[in-house]
Structure formats: structure tokens, C-alpha cells
Design a protein around this ligand. Structure first.
Ligand code: PRT
Ligand code: MG
Length: 213
């Protein structure tokens, strides 16, 4: 039996065509089912439905053999014990710094001002501002980052941006791209060593499906 960890929502929706063409479709939709373990078209493969940020943990500990995780989550949490054979090119967005519309970010940077940064991605933010030689105070949030500068909790945020609509709706603007983000296939390194004959064909099928997409 092989176990594949996946999150509902954005990643599942965009992974669906890939799962379909690799013959890995679940028997029921995770959006309508309350089950957390789903059977698939293949008797030797089951899906685990977990939070997006928990996918690497399940695969790292070997509770799942493989999974799909955003490169944002992998960069934030580290990817020890994981192989990342394929950029699936789905759930694309970018990690950016955003500030209130009226704020002159470049001037703040040039002044060497100490800034307060709110983010769910504190490691990514820390690395980014350290590389720029900036002093920052990091404030960890778990969601609704856009609110922080509006209510004076932080000067800037580091968050994912796709259309830019969420920033705009909250009076913020994107001032610096940190990285491009997309979902990656991840595989437990030890499982790949001990059962390559099972895992390789799956990895190849998903890689092929992704390259066609
Ligand atoms: O929702 P939950 O707390 O369970 O977990 P999650 O928010 O981590 O999961 P989910 O499903 O929302 O996101 C899973 C993955 O999708 C992320 O880790 C990214 O790799 C990827 N992804 C791609 C995105 C976006 N695009 C995206 N736009 N994740 C989040 N967003 C959010 C962003 O945080 C912001 O609030 O969408 C908003 C911005 O969108 P625009 O279009 O208004 O710019
Ligand atoms: Mg979400």
C-alpha cells in the first residue's frame, strides 16, 4: 500500500487533472466527504486529506510516502528527509512584501529603519530581510495578514499574492517579490530507497502529467 498526502481546496482542485491522468483519482470528493482517508482508482494507493502546512510533516515522518506541498510551505518548514522530484507547476503565486498604499517602502529601507513585519512565513521573512541587511521585528500570524498594517500591528507584511485583489481590497500594495511559488511533488527519501519499484512509476506518471499540463 502507498499513501499520498494532499490538502483540500486550491491544491486539490489543481492537482485533480494530474491525479486523473496518472490514474489516481479518489473514489469520492474530499470536498463533500468527511473522510480523511480516501480510496483511489488503484487498490494499492490511498489519499490522506491533511492541512496544506501539514503535508510535509506526514511525508517526512513516513506516515505518507508522497504528497503535494507548496514551495512556500517547504521553504518555511525545511525539507529534511524529502525528495522533491517534480515542480508540478500548479497553485502558482508569489511570495511578496506588501505595505499600506501611502507608505514609501524604499525610503524606509534606505533610512535603515527598524520595521515590524507580520507574516505566517517568519522564516522566509527573516531570511529575506537579513539578506537585505535590514533589522526587523517579526510577528507571527496564522492568517488574515492583510489586517496587521491597517490596525498598526505591523509596518509591512510578507504574504502570498496571486491576482493582487486581496491586497488591493485592503489598501495595500506589493513592493517586493521574494520568490515565485508553485506546488511540488514530495517523496519520503527512505521510502524511495526501499520501494523504488512502487514509487518511481507514480512519480514518473505525475511528472508526465505535469509536463503535459
Ligand atoms: O487554508 P488553510 O489554513 O487550511 O491552509 P492554507 O491557507 O495553507 O491552504 P490553501 O489551500 O489556502 O493554500 C495552499 C497552498 O496554495 C499555499 O501553500 C500556496 O502554495 C498555494 N497558493 C497559491 C496560495 C495562493 N495561490 C493564494 N493566493 N495560497 C494562498 N493564497 C492566498 C493568499 O494568502 C492571500 O490571502 O490568497 C490571497 C491572495 O490572493 P489574491 O488572488 O487576492 O492575490
Ligand atoms: Mg487558506
Amino acid at each position: 500500500m502507498m499513501t499520498f498526502a494532499l490538502s483540500k481546496g486550491r491544491i486539490f482542485d489543481e492537482a485533480l487533472p494530474l491525479l486523473k491522468s496518472a490514474g489516481l483519482l479518489p473514489q469520492e470528493s474530499p470536498e463533500s466527504s468527511r473522510r480523511l482517508i480516501l480510496e483511489t482508482q488503484r487498490a494499492d494507493l490511498r489519499l490522506l486529506i491533511v492541512r496544506a502546512s501539514d503535508v510535509p510533516t506526514y511525508v517526512q515522518y513516513g506516515a505518507a510516502d508522497l504528497g503535494i506541498a507548496g514551495s512556500d510551505v517547504l521553504a518555511e518548514q525545511g525539507s529534511e528527509g524529502l525528495v522533491q522530484p517534480v515542480d508540478l507547476g500548479i497553485a502558482r503565486c508569489r511570495m511578496s512584501v506588501a505595505v499600506p498604499d501611502g507608505l514609501d517602502y524604499q525610503a524606509m529601507v534606505q533610512r535603515g529603519a527598524r520595521i515590524r513585519v507580520a507574516s505566517k512565513y517568519v522564516q522566509i521573512a527573516k531570511t529575506h530581510f537579513a539578506a537585505k541587511g535590514m533589522h526587523v521585528d517579526l510577528i507571527k500570524l496564522y492568517g488574515s495578514m492583510e489586517l496587521a498594517p491597517i490596525v498598526g500591528l505591523a509596518d509591512v507584511i510578507v504574504d502570498l499574492v496571486s491576482t493582487g485583489g486581496t491586497l488591493k481590497a485592503n489598501g495595500l500594495k506589493e513592493v517586493e517579490k521574494i520568490s515565485d511559488v508553485s506546488a511540488r511533488l514530495i517523496v519520503n527519501q527512505a521510502a524511495l530507497k526501499t520501494r523504488p519499484e512502487k514509487l518511481r512509476p507514480l512519480m514518473d506518471a505525475l511528472a508526465q502529467a505535469a509536463s503535459r499540463g
